[in-house]
Design a protein around this ligand. Structure first.
Ligand code: UFG
Length: 329
């Protein structure tokens, strides 16, 4: 069975490609390489450089490779950037997804897995947030993804289409075998930034806010290993193939760590101390966001294997070291 992965040259997409190949699927990647890297795509996958909104291209790929299911990652993903360039985000994430969806439906694709985000919830309390919580995204990024969830909902009622939208919490870590990892330049995500600081790739790390209503005053997040995250997509694919109904599911572990705990873990696991500055809050950060994580386990049978912050950090560090060597080549 052939699966099309959009954004397969990016961080999460490249791990999805590995998981699909490991499970003996045929894989085609569609990526415009605007933020992804061709060298991150495993050579056993076919890589098509292009735009998800190019209907003729999408139709051609579906026909040529006999694509049965699609995993749609391609998107812009930096929340603060979406505040500065909202229309760019609505174009890249919403308008292009609309065109993509139309082309897929026209080409007869019936199974779609969509990469959504916890940002659809907005400001929530310290308790785990469940799928039926109010949706009140506070960023154009969150709204751009929520609109695509709604397009999927409506399209699945009008067409013979089933989908699973997975709302990611804080994805981190790298392939345990060192085949892929987060390679984005100028990354903003905490574990990536901390790993770079530990390895001397940046002068230190800024903690954005220590006066939140959380146990140690810094923000709480539900960090999920990228390999567990992509395993959930494989489970979703199997679920749809065996006739499962469309679902929208949180993808997180159900417990959180504070920024300080993450920073301490990176220092301990790496054995390297690095400078940390206490800075004002970053605009738009919710104090805490932790997944209500029961539904994905019961509906998809998802069973995470790497749910341990030390492991996530160790794999992130290991990839960061490897990336340094690659950059020096
Ligand atoms: N942080 C720092 N210093 C840094 C980087 C991050 O203190 O250098 C803090 C942030 O302020 C935040 C926490 O670490 O409190 C996590 O920040 P990230 O940037 O790693 O991740 P976010 O929680 O902001 O974003 C994640 C996903 C988004 C998603 C969002 C939903 O990456 O895609 O959760 O809440 F939209």
């Amino acid at each position: 069975m052939a699966v099309l992965v959009t954004g397969g040259a990016g961080y999460i997409g490249s791990h999805m490609v590995l998981a699909l190949l490991d499970a003996d699927f045929e894989v085609v990647v569609l990526d415009d390489l605007s933020t992804g890297f061709d060298w991150l795509v495993h050579p056993e996958a076919a890589l098509v450089r292009g735009d998800v909104a190019d209907a003729a291209l999408v139709r051609g790929i579906v026909e040529r490779y006999d694509i049965e299911a699609v995993v749609h990652f391609a998107a812009r993903i930096v929340v603060p950037e979406s505040v500065i360039d909202p229309l760019g985000y609505y174009h890249a994430n919403t308008a292009k997804s609309r065109a993509f969806l139309e082309a897929l439906i026209a080409a007869g694709v019936r199974q779609i897995i969509f990469s959504s985000t916890a940002a659809v919830y907005g400001m929530v309390g310290c308790d785990p947030v469940h799928e039926d919580a109010a949706l009140a995204p506070i960023s154009p990024y969150g709204r751009s993804k929520l609109m695509t969830e709604w397009m999927l909902l409506d399209a699945a009622m009008a067409h013979p289409l089933k989908y699973v939208a997975l709302r990611y919490f804080n994805v981190a870590g790298a392939d345990p075998a060192g085949r892929a990892g987060q390679s984005t330049r100028a990354a903003t995500h905490l574990i990536k930034v901390a790993a770079e600081a530990a390895l001397g790739k940046r002068a230190g790390l800024d903690i954005f806010g220590t006066d939140y209503p959380t146990p140690d005053g810094t923000c709480l997040r539900d960090y999920i290993h990228v390999t567990d995250l992509v395993a959930a997509h494989l489970d979703a694919l199997r679920y749809l193939r065996t006739g499962g109904a469309s679902r929208v599911l949180n993808c997180g572990y159900g417990w959180g760590y504070s920024v300080r705990e993450v920073v301490d873990t990176v220092k301990r696991v790496s054995g390297i101390d690095f400078p940390v500055r206490i800075c004002p809050r970053r605009v738009g950060d919710p104090p805490a966001i932790v997944a209500g994580a029961q539904c994905i386990r019961s509906d998809l049978g998802w069973s995470p294997k790497l749910a341990d912050l030390d492991v996530i950090v160790a794999h992130a560090l290991s990839w960061e070291r490897q990336l340094g060597e690659r950059n020096r080549m």
